[in-house]
Design a protein. Structure first.
Ligand SMILES: Cc1ncc(C[n+]2csc(CCOP(=O)(O)OP(=O)(O)O)c2C)c(N)n1
Ligand SMILES: Cc1ncc(C[n+]2csc(CCOP(=O)(O)OP(=O)(O)O)c2C)c(N)n1
Ligand code: SF4
Ligand code: SF4
Ligand SMILES: [Mg+2]
Ligand SMILES: [Mg+2]
Lengths: 617, 351, 617, 351
């Protein structure tokens, strides 16, 4: 039969790959500003509710309305969280991108488009089944307001997919009820759109497709959440009370979430008094300055930002390092250099954060791999910053921060109390007429600090200029060096107290992978694929800088290590060369930096080739 | 841990304020500025004002940027915490400190370079937030610490020690502050302690952002002939437009002012600033007229001083935010998060 | 005899070291703001004129008046240019520092002070000859203005030293005539002060001291100049026409010098029109922004700064890297972190400059070792920046920039023409309707550029956001990556075109030293001293980053290498580990970072110990 | 090297200016802004103004920072060079470009966030230097590109789309510019092309810094009820205080203005701006009175537009510097240094 829309498609011929359950990728091509987000959310949530592991990745433009945007949902019964690297079902809602969208579909896949307008004949592809549904047409008939016609068109394709993939309609209904709890008319409108799509598909196609869904029980105890929200919850639970920020993609939603949670949990119902203070600064220099001031005054304070913000914060980061003020920065990395691609992902600020600011400076960095770790490490960031009285930067990225990830439910131990580190009380200070702010009294390189407003014995002068162990101004070589050397000692003390790397040395092999952050999912799948090809690889994922001894141990016990990261210059590899015993020969670089989240394929090809050459040689 | 004790010397004979503290208790380290530097006189005025206001030293925070002027917080109130921030960014640090602990008395001391060149953006935005602080600009028209380059407050026609003459119009912090909606704007002179001390007291007590531009000659790089920021020039063209006295809550104005038409301005804590005009063409509650007055004076090369503009009762950063009383770091941790149950609960919507 | 001032000192007893000619250190302790600078200059110049190699180092406070300041003159017939690490003659003009100043004098040395006021008895030291001259007293008698009394006191000690060390009085006279050319009365006043000191010394002491001078012919063809002035001359000769800056110690005098030379050589005598434009910016963000704008518009433009400025410039540096604008930055390094010690020296910005700005960025760095190289490399910086269309940073330091060094006369080849790199003319553009700003048309990674105002065919949009080879906006992975990969290619092209390292592999040994910038003098003397102890070491000094192949070759051919640098974190060593074949075992770190210029001793001790242990082992 | 040729299409039928260029020759790439965004109307006005002024496209440089507004230079005059600088720092890049080549017609387009938040310091100092450029602020009271946070120009009481109401006093770029001594200050509205085009032409021709604050509603984030920067609000409270027309050198005023009391202001190149007051209480040469006028209007919520202040004849950056005519990069290299002999010579003093 022809692949014109209407008549059922001869799936056998066009889908040689045959039937596949709970293991394929749906990609929705749309135009931004048309409210496709809620439809995509509805679609993904319903799969999640069916107990099937899913991940959703949003590829949107750095603009507000009218440009192409894509949403990619990977259905993976095996629970793989990264991009698979191929598209099986394309929902093409944007005729501007029909051609490239069709080209992206894997052989045997499906191309599903809005057939309200006659389709461009160029579109046909022998190895792809093309399904057309007059979505706009149906919605224009059924709805009268212009806006709802646009919105419902998107909801309608969810209905169609429900039929084609066998999504549980009860779950969709349930989700609509929850989403529009109070507004019944919206529930009905959306349900109507769902039904339009559903019924049309049932009528015109042989449903379900060979790529289909089956309920499982793999999502229990999990949630779907983005890293910025999770990090914001971490800041809430860490007891951060001052947040200063300047809006910048992709970090903006982090402070939005923190704000709304504070408004929910920290406003006195009677008085309306607020137990937090969030300041929108005029730029990042000011935002970090506010955080320095607040932290110095005793509050837990933080600022979320992205690359350009880190560059602007450089001077203050060095100030906080040298004056030992516990500030927390969250860098949601995006594609650099400069303004780069604000809505694409990369891990390109590793080096600039590790040594941020002029002069001899080194900083504690934390590297979460997913939203769950964003929550945990955000809490840790504040404890570590105060314990070591130094800047702590958590580096996430756009992929983690703005996409919905399926992760285990966040846990909280009510026994937790913030670790304020060495802060002197009024009583202690009263006993201490000769307080030395910068002396190493305990031999761990960490001095004691005092907060303003507590006791006059604690008064000292915080200065970025040369200072003695008492905090007084100096230009004396020995006095200066004593403080600088202690800072190095303090950094060493921190090394093995930081979150430990994740090590998986199951396999008895001399070959391994070291990776970081959001590469984790792709690395895990790649290891399975390589194992399938007979290459077993051990794995270490760094969670913090400076690197713990385990990192050196792992390096020492592996002949060859592939360093997988998402930047051009192999920044993690460089850091390992500087800060561990690793040699260049040992560390091969696998770099992916085109702005799209890394997939297992990006890794498997390179490693496979490298290892096969080894064998050959 | 252990620290060495050091005996503290009490100086009994000096007069004490209500807290039992002497002026010396409000002093700081030895100044390393040039002999005769205007900044040192302002330091002395600050000591006097703090002592008279009976400020609890450790409740005060002194903040500055970088410069000769910015060194001065080390020279007064050694019992108060201080910050020497990075150059030009003190307003943001003050904002953070103020945001974290609204009980602190926030006192900023900066220079014309630190505030009007590199720091102009931050200064403007701190004013806009009506941050509760007193901000003193020790204004000498040059970058002293880097040896005398013109700053943004250098007047047209003023000649530098090295010979070149400034041609760029100055940024007048007073005019700009008024235009930007700053709620307390005053100008004074390091050489006029009579005027300066009460203005400092009023600025500190004003709730909101109080800008005090104090002409403070740089004897080393900008006190020569043809300088418009020299002692000689300032004295010559000095024009106090209005007297401002600070009267604490308790005291009664009558007793303080038996004669002369006095306009009292009430502050949030019941204290008052009593104004007495010297100059009729002038009203410290009318922005535009004041700006006109100042610009006319500037044309004549006059140095108008006094409390130029005041608008009490405007919400400060915390009133806008409805922040709880007291330092945020003393908020009980339990009140900052909904605990394990709350976390379970709020995650429902992520399922 | 007693060491009270007045009676001749029994030099034999107190000076066991016996007589030394043209090989000792004079240190003058004074109070800043008292005009000691000119006296010290006079002293050093007169030795230089006697044909004796000298170096002067100024240790001044970060304040304007009234604090201790020191000036150290090393007299070295052998031509060593670094600090010797000891003081033989202390001229103590500041009673605030008498005690520490006396303590610093080497056994057998001399302590020369103003005996106008009775001296503190604590001062006496058996192994040091103490000489008092009532300088203030004599000057107060002889001069009547307060100011000249203070000034002349300083000139007077030059007179005394002239007698004690046997300085050629004719040369001093000559220098006074030159200095005060027009003002005869000043010549007389100064000469009078000289005579006061000279005659008093002749009368009361047995002159000359065993440490004395003898004319030589070792300074012919040399000059005494500071690095900032030399760098300014480099900018003048490179044809830089726009300078933007914000004052910061120790870089301020660089722009001062550039300005005065421009006013001397670039102002039309008739019209008074100026062929340059120097803008004092409101801060460093603005200064570098102006340089970017000027360079984009076609002018050679630069900004001098120091560490804090580099931190503030980070965002724009990344912008210029990605948009390929040829800007020149000169970082006169001072002690960090943060404000640090603005009047002390360090080499602590190496790492932060190499990778300045967020995202994947790497920059060309130049490392002059003395004022002579400041001149040469400043010129090179502009040629390289334009040839490779990227930021070039020259890293000097306070020691090079603000101290007077004896260096070979600066040479100029009138055949030189600025290398503007690949700039398209109006004619070329007229033929080029489809100009691609960011395409690699020549295969060397360097694109062609067009200047505004030249031809409409050359119009393109300079943007720090993702761009195609045509310079148009893109969020497309491939288009983005093509430009980013070319940037890396361009960087590789530059590698072996940059100023080559200085290599001295005379000795047939497997042990070597790699060093950088102002360490050079100390390293050279250290090599001689170590050779004396039987340790011959080869030497490589890097002059540029990225490192040329010679650096790898040197590393490959040496078993053990000592990396000598002036910072805490071993930044050059880290850079070598990342960017060359070097292994950690190979590179031992010798770090000196207390703010004082490194001396041979600081190196010899460590290397000597390390090597003797090797032998032992 | 070698590049591919691409044929250029001539559009013959459209009206041409003296350079033989049509309006289309002054257009740029396709806008990617939201349908109805005020910025696109300003782009159209810029095309019109440039065409009428007969600007030589490649002599023009378009500069901006980051933001929706800052994207617009890509949407007009594709034959002119452009710079999308980093956020808020365009004034410094413009200063450098202007310093390097005084022949360039320097045109800046920015937003309220780019100019008044992160960029406020640089903007103020560019005005102070009287850099020769026209600087347009496309003012919508929000950060459009980051989805609608309040900017520093948001008015008190204006409600954001997400619900919160702004309480911080706005920075009024017009009042601030006048206070800072800017030599050309105007305000207009993206919806009033009649007023906007002549103001743009005058701003471009003014020698020195010309600030043009143009209200430009953000249809997506700040065009709702209770927004004071919406189309509806702006139209409702729109108050043109003065008409300004631009008359090129050649043309005779008489012919242009037969009736109505017109005040011509002559510019450096003989062209004139002809002002006709609508509002009596107003004089565009009196700083203070204008500020008063604006602040009173602001109290009433009025949006006063027109040429608010002009002071021609003040030296610009190059007149101050006495720079040679023409681009500095075209100065013969020989004239920039004294050569080998000069170097020998000048080193005498270092011996
Ligand atoms: C980022 C940075 N840039 C430059 C400097 C150098 N610097 C120190 S103080 C100063 C100017 C100070 O002028 P002002 O604020 O007027 O203080 P004054 O010395 O005149 O009292 C400058 C430019 C610095 N410390 N940091
Ligand atoms: C250093 C830096 N910080 C933050 C951002 C994010 N950002 C991009 S545009 C923008 C605000 C733009 O607002 P405005 O200038 O008013 O332009 P509009 O979009 O409203 O026209 C911000 C905060 C950035 N690009 N760079
Ligand atoms: S240089 Fe000027 S400002 Fe600095 S201390 Fe001396 S007199 Fe004061
Ligand atoms: S978001 Fe607002 S400012 Fe940006 S393009 Fe859309 S309407 Fe214009
Ligand atoms: Mg100053
Ligand atoms: Mg805006």
């Amino acid at each position: 039969m022809t692949s014109d829309h209407g008549t059922p498609a001869p799936l056998e011929t066009a889908a040689p790959s045959g039937s596949r359950v709970n293991d394929f990728v749906i990609k929705i091509a749309n135009v931004n500003g048309t409210g496709s987000a809620s439809a995509n959310g509805l679609l993904m949530k319903s799969l999640f509710r069916m107990g099937i592991p899913v991940t959703g990745k949003n590829f949107f433009p750095s603009n507000i309305q009218g440009l192409p945007t894509w949403y990619e949902i990977r259905v993976s019964g095996d629970g793989y969280r990264c991009r698979s690297g191929q598209v099986d079902i394309m929902v093409a809602m944007n005729n501007e991108t029909y051609v490239e969208d069709l080209a992206e579909v894997a052989p045997g896949g499906f191309f599903f488009y809005d057939a309200t307008w006659p389709r461009d004949s160029q579109l046909s592809r022998k190895d792809v089944t093309i399904l057309g549904i007059p979505l706009a047409g149906m919605c224009n008939e059924h709805f009268d307001q212009a806006r709802s016609r646009i919105l419902m068109k998107n909801v309608a394709y969810v209905g169609a997919l429900a039929a084609l993939l066998d999504i549980d309609m009860a779950i969709i209904r349930q989700l609509l009820n929850e989403t529009f709890a109070s507004k019944a008319h919206l529930v009905d409108a959306n349900q109507a759109a769902i039904d339009l799509g559903y019924e049309y598909a049932q009528e015109h196609f042989s449903c379900p497709l060979p790529l289909r869904l089956e309920a499982m029980d793999e999502t229990a105890g999990h949630i779907m959440i983005d890293g910025n929200t999770a990090a914001a919850l971490g800041c809430l639970y860490a007891g951060a009370t001052v947040g200063a920020w300047y809006p910048i993609t992709p970090s903006t939603s982090l402070m939005d979430a923190f704000k709304s949670y504070c408004e929910r949990y920290r406003v006195d119902p009677e008085s309306g008094e607020r137990r937090f203070c969030i300041v929108q600064a005029e730029d990042e220099l000011s935002a970090v300055g506010m955080v320095v001031g607040a932290a110095w005054a005793g509050a837990r304070a933080f600022t979320p930002t992205s690359g350009p913000g880190i560059s602007l914060m450089n001077e203050f980061i060095g100030f906080a390092y040298y004056t030992e003020v516990p500030i927390v920065l969250i860098d949601v990395q995006r594609v650099g250099p400069s303004t780069g691609m604000p809505t694409r992902t990369q891990q390109c600020d590793i080096l600039s954060c590790a040594y941020a600011s002029h002069g001899d400076t080194r900083h504690i960095l934390l590297f979460p791999a997913d939203p769950h770790e964003c929550f945990e490490l955000a809490v840790a960031a504040f404890d570590l910053a105060e314990r070591f009285q130094t800047p702590v930067m958590m580096l996430t990225d756009l992929d983690i921060g703005m996409n919905d990830w399926m992760v285990p439910e966040l846990q909280w131990d009510d026994g937790y109390a913030p670790d304020r580190g060495k802060v002197l009380t009024a009583e202690q200070l009263a006993e201490m007429p000769d307080f030395h702010r910068y002396a190493d009294v305990d031999g761990d390189g960490v001095p004691w600090r005092s907060l303003p407003g507590v006791h006059s014995n604690g008064a000292y002068f915080l200065r970025g200029s040369g200072h003695t162990e008492r905090g007084t101004y100096t230009e004396n070589s020995e006095e200066y060096q004593r403080v600088l050397d202690r800072l190095e000692h303090k950094f060493e003390t921190a090394r093995n107290v930081l979150p430990a790397p994740v090590v998986e040395t199951s396999a008895d092999t001399q070959v391994g992978i070291i990776s970081i952050g959001s590469c984790d999912g792709a690395v895990r799948e790649a290891r399975d694929l390589l194992a399938g090809r007979g290459y077993a690889l051990n794995y270490l994922r760094v969670k913090a800088f400076p690197f713990a001894d385990e990192v050196d141990a792992f390096i020492a016990s592996h002949r060859r290590i592939f360093v997988v990261e998402q930047n051009r210059d192999g920044q993690l590899r460089r850091l390992l060369l500087m800060e561990t015993q690793a040699t260049r020969q040992q560390l091969s670089s696998i770099r992916h930096y085109n702005g799209m989240p890394i997939s297992a394929r990006d890794i498997v090809e390179d490693i496979g080739r490298a290892l096969s050459q080894e064998v050959a040689a | 841990m252990s620290f060495i004790r050091k005996p503290t010397v009490a100086n009994s004979r000096l007069p004490k304020n209500a807290l039992g503290l002497t002026r010396r208790d409000y002093e700081g380290g030895m100044s390393t500025l040039c002999a005769g530097c205007g900044h040192d006189s302002i330091t002395a005025a600050l000591v006097q004002a703090a002592w008279e206001l009976e400020l609890v030293p450790h409740q005060v925070v002194k903040l500055s940027g970088i410069g000769c002027s910015s060194k001065t917080p080390a020279y007064f109130m050694s019992q108060a915490h201080g910050v020497n921030s990075v150059h030009g960014r003190m307003p943001s640090v003050a904002t953070g400190a103020g945001a974290a602990n609204r009980d602190l008395v926030c006192l900023g001391v900066s220079g014309d370079g630190d505030s009007l060149s590199i720091g102009f953006g931050q200064l403007a935005h701190a004013m806009r937030r009506n941050l509760n602080m007193a901000y003193v600009i020790e204004n000498n028209g040059v970058y002293g610490l880097t040896k005398g380059q013109f700053s943004a407050s250098a007047d047209v026609g003023s000649r530098a020690k090295r010979g070149e003459t400034n041609v760029q119009p100055p940024i007048d912090p007073v005019v700009t502050a008024i235009a930007l909606g700053c709620t307390f704007v005053a100008r004074s002179f390091s050489g006029d302690k009579q005027q300066l001390v009460p203005l400092l007291k009023a600025a500190i007590r004003h709730r909101g952002f109080a800008l005090l531009d104090v002409l403070s000659p740089c004897v080393t790089f900008n006190d020569h002939e043809d300088s418009t920021k020299s002692y000689a020039y300032t004295r010559r063209y000095y024009h106090p437009a209005i007297h401002a006295d600070f009267v604490p809550p308790a005291q009664d104005i009558k007793t303080a002012y038996d004669h002369g038409e006095a306009m009292p301005v009430e502050l949030h804590d019941g204290s008052r600033i009593v104004l007495r005009k010297v100059d009729e063409g002038f009203d410290p509650s009318d922005r535009a007229r004041t700006i006109g007055f100042l610009q006319d004076a500037a044309k004549k090369g006059e140095v108008v001083t006094g409390l130029m503009y005041i608008q009490p009762g405007q919400d400060d950063l915390h009133e806008v935010n409805h922040t709880v009383p007291g330092p945020l770091h003393s908020q009980p941790y339990a009140g900052l998060h909904p605990g394990a149950d709350g976390l379970k609960d709020l995650q429902r919507r992520y399922r």
